[in-house]
Design a protein around this ligand. Sequence first.
Ligand code: ADP
Length: 326
Amino acid sequence: MSTMKNIAILCSGGDVSGMNAALKRFVEYSKRKGMIPYFVKEGYEGLIDDRITEAHYADVAGIISRGGTIIGTSRSKRFMEAHYRAEAIGNLRKYNIGYLVVLGGDGSFRGMQKLSDECDDINFCGIPSTIDNDIAGTEYSLGVDTALNVIKFSIDSIRDTASSFGRAFVIETMGRECGYLALVSALTSGAEMCLIPEIPYDLKAYESLFKKQQKEGRHYFISIVSESLHKTKEITEWYKETLGVEARFMVLGHIQRGGNPTVHDRLMAFHFVTHGIDAMLAGEKSSVICYNDGGFDRKEIADVSFKKATIPDDLMQLGMEYGHLE
Ligand code: ADP
């Protein structure tokens, strides 16, 4: 159980929209609880190198509407080595920091767990933050809603030109090994094809379906393909060769990470941070705040970082309707 007073926060791994809202809540709620808040710049790299500064209200004024993170993030190879983690712990102790909030994905939580195992006097808490929504144990991770809205805007725009020109567009979304972003984007944008790693697909079935639709007057198609399949160019060629339509592909790439955070992500940031700080103050040594069935709960890192995330059943059911005749 920590006896120290000061509290710090860092961002690790990929940045997401909503991190700044989380930083704002962190500063305000920490002060409300009588603690001195600190920022650790550029994730675990900054923790090793002592880029730790006290955070003030002025630092978080006007940041809520900005994507990314004002304190920077990083991936750190050095953090994998125990002697660098010992330096990181030494730096936290130097500032009398007894609580550390980590915004990141499952890799960052694995690192956090190691740090927690290596010291008794600091409590840790992870806030799931990744646009991929690929963290097991939580239905929602910070940044997902903003990413989905950026993708929606892109697909809606592409549909305008696809329908005017009579073309097929193959749009590649991020998601690492998880098809969540692709599936939800395809469903909510009315895409004609959706290919994700979780659901087997049959191009022959798509061919019969699309040829039937072409006879009925359809002259353009939108396909959403998850990056992990590495099929984007192949599907583009398939459109040209099999259906005889002009086809283009578009890799949305890092545009999906940025942008003005949605209302949902701002609110979720506030709730995640509040629950995270409460968990540490209640004596939780090392936990991740998860969101399931409309509420927040605390989970062991082992239940979050060492399991594979799955797509909810209701979405899988909808996804399995793709590529089949009625
Ligand atoms: P994410 O948190 O988005 O999954 P990464 O997997 O890149 O991103 O992890 C972010 C950082 O967390 C890594 O660069 C590394 O510093 C740290 N990390 C990840 N796995 C471990 C581990 N097993 N031990 C120590 N640190 C780790």
